[in-house]
Design a binder for this molecule. Structure first.
Ligand code: Q9C
Ligand code: ZN
Length: 342
């Protein structure tokens, strides 16, 4: 399988985040992508290609234009206001405040276009976001051209980003963009299978009222796990989308036995939907040693995920999402892909 990768992700480095009351170096760091890339090479998964530049038209099919226009302006506005370090949001228009009036200063805009402080900017962040999008689009092109599968080694990740908000290390929702692009290229139905430890709230929001993109999400129960405010089992879609969103919230400590059973159930629902393409939001933060997560999957479990997805027999685009145990992120992510290849 071909991998698409861009070194421009590395400009998004040195960003800080708030953890347990302290501002610390972010978990979502450049070494993540470099280690996965090195493992792709070591395993001989296939060629590693540079992305083709794509304009943002495909992104605008799932994101609001004003949000897309805002992203490249963040760092210039931050610097122009005399600040340095990481541009991190700190105020949000929650209940009782006005979320409908677009404010004018950078601190206010950061809050207006986010749901948490987990998506920060440094100087190279926009270029990294754009390269991640180009990586996803180039890998989607490869699947569209007839290959059985492709791996978009995206960084930063995307599944927490909604139509008009960033958060949880995510800015452009690469998986959602690709799914919509497959629809626009003529696929009647597309499924998104999100196996990242965290609920893909952005993906769910984008497709919630639609029946042409099925969304299946396996994740930590939002009653106790980030992103907390979406991802419950009773969120089944609305209107035309009713019955096409499936959430599998699971408790801390979930291991392969129950996680694999949830995957089987999700795959059965996926198969019944008869999609023409599958987009996998591939997070490996379900790993037992992940520093910010609480599931118990082992390295030996990741090839089983790939085998189960391969058994669907459908064209498949893998899009990299989370995974923060950097020592094993390559083994685990590429384990899914080699399992898929059989
Ligand atoms: N102290 C993805 O896996 N922060 N995003 C959790 C850390 C947010 C994860 C709290 C985690 C976001 C793509
Ligand atoms: Zn995650």
């Amino acid at each position: 399988m071909k991998t698409v990768f861009s070194p421009l992700h590395a400009g998004h480095g040195g960003q800080m985040e708030l953890v347990a009351g302290a501002i610390v170096p972010g978990f979502e760091k450049p070494s993540r992508a470099e280690i996965v890339r090195a493992r792709v090479e070591a395993e001989g998964l296939g060629p590693i290609l540079a992305p083709e530049t794509h304009d943002l038209a495909a992104a605008a099919r799932v994101h609001r234009q004003d949000y897309l226009d805002f992203l490249p302006t963040v760092w210039p506005l931050w610097e122009a206001s005399g600040k340095s370090g990481s541009a991190i949001p700190f105020t949000w228009p929650t209940r009782g405040l006005r979320g409908d009036v677009r404010p004018k200063t950078i601190d206010a805009l950061l809050g207006f276009y986010s749901f948490d402080g987990g998506a920060s900017f440094v100087e190279g962040t926009w270029e990294a976001i754009k390269s991640s999008y180009d990586v996803a689009m180039t890998a989607a092109d490869i699947v569209k051209a007839g290959e059985r599968a492709a791996f978009a080694l995206c960084r930063p990740p995307g599944h927490h980003a909604g139509a008009a908000f960033m958060g949880g290390y995510c800015y452009i929702n690469n998986a959602a963009v690709a799914a919509q692009w497959f629809r626009d290229q003529g696929a009647a139905r597309v499924s998104i299978l999100d196996v990242d430890y965290h609920h893909g709230n952005g993906t769910q929001e984008i497709f919630y009222k639609r029946g042409d993109v099925q969304v299946l999400n396996l994740h930590g129960d939002p009653m106790t796990e980030y992103p907390f405010f979406l991802g419950h089992a009773d969120e089944c879609g609305a209107g035309e989308g009713e019955g096409f969103n499936h959430n599998y919230p699971m408790p801390f400590g979930t291991d392969w036995e129950s996680w694999g059973a949830a995957l089987d159930d999700a795959c059965a629902k996926l198969q019944a939907y008869r999609p023409e393409v599958v987009v996998v939001s591939l997070g490996v933060d379900t790993f037992e040693k992940d520093p910010i997560s609480r599931f118990k999957l082992k390295s030996a479990d990741y090839p089983k995920i790939g085998r189960r997805i391969a058994a669907l027999g459908l064209p498949t685009l893998f899009v990299m999402e989370g995974g923060y145990a950097v020592d094993e992120i390559g083994i685990n992510a590429v384990g899914v892909l080699t399992g898929f290849e059989g």
